[in-house]
Design a protein around this ligand. Structure first.
Ligand SMILES: [Fe+2]
Ligand SMILES: [Fe+2]
Length: 191
């Protein structure tokens, strides 16, 4: 589906603040694709669609997983909002005709990340965090600076923030997020 049509649909489906966030992620994905040499159209498509299943309730997300035969882990059953990423990838394919596997996996892993992410996965993961319409986050200016210079470092800093935030709030943490953090810590040789 054409980008403008996808954008129109997102505007209809998502609440106003989530739509603005999605447009912000699309814009930042465009910039990061330009800097790091990735297909701009694919980056924008993944950016605008990354939260396309976010309007579903927990119950609806679980139902969608059954419908699309998507495996649900224990933590996903407890924190069903995590599923908007996987279900979003399934929607991208079935509702918006996205066939490109890199776009689909960038949507599927935008919440947790995963070790050894592809360039597009890192672009979407980072854009989701640094887009300009989000409310202020700790160290955001440093993370933005890193994003435009060293994408792996930005990914690491975001994961560090996310893990800090989750443990400060006594929230459940997906193992994949911890593994991703350890992976980027190691490849950046951070002690
Ligand atoms: Fe999301
Ligand atoms: Fe998002």
């Amino acid at each position: 589906m054409e980008l403008d049509l996808i954008r129109e649909d997102m505007k209809k489906l998502l609440k106003a603040s989530r739509y603005l966030h999605s447009v912000g992620v699309e814009e930042v994905s465009h910039d990061l694709a330009l800097i790091y040499g990735y297909n701009i159209n694919h980056a924008k498509t993944a950016g605008i669609l990354h939260d396309c299943a976010k309007y579903l309730s927990d119950e609806e997300l679980l139902k969608a997983c059954e419908m699309y035969h998507l495996p649900v882990t224990e933590i996903e059953r407890e924190c069903a909002f995590l599923l908007h990423a996987k279900v979003g990838a399934a929607f991208a394919k079935s509702k918006y005709g996205v066939e490109d596997e890199e776009i689909l996996s960038a949507i599927a892993y935008h919440t947790t990340g995963r070790p050894a992410m592809t360039l597009l996965e890192k672009i979407i993961f980072t854009a989701d965090y640094i887009e300009p319409y989000r409310k202020p986050l700790p160290r955001i200016e440093d993370i933005r600076k890193a994003a435009y210079n060293d994408l792996d470092l930005a990914v690491y800093m975001i994961l560090e923030n996310v893990l800090n935030y989750l443990s400060n709030n006594n929230s459940k943490i997906d193992n994949l997020t911890k593994e991703t953090y350890e992976y980027y810590k190691k490849i950046l040789s951070i002690q």
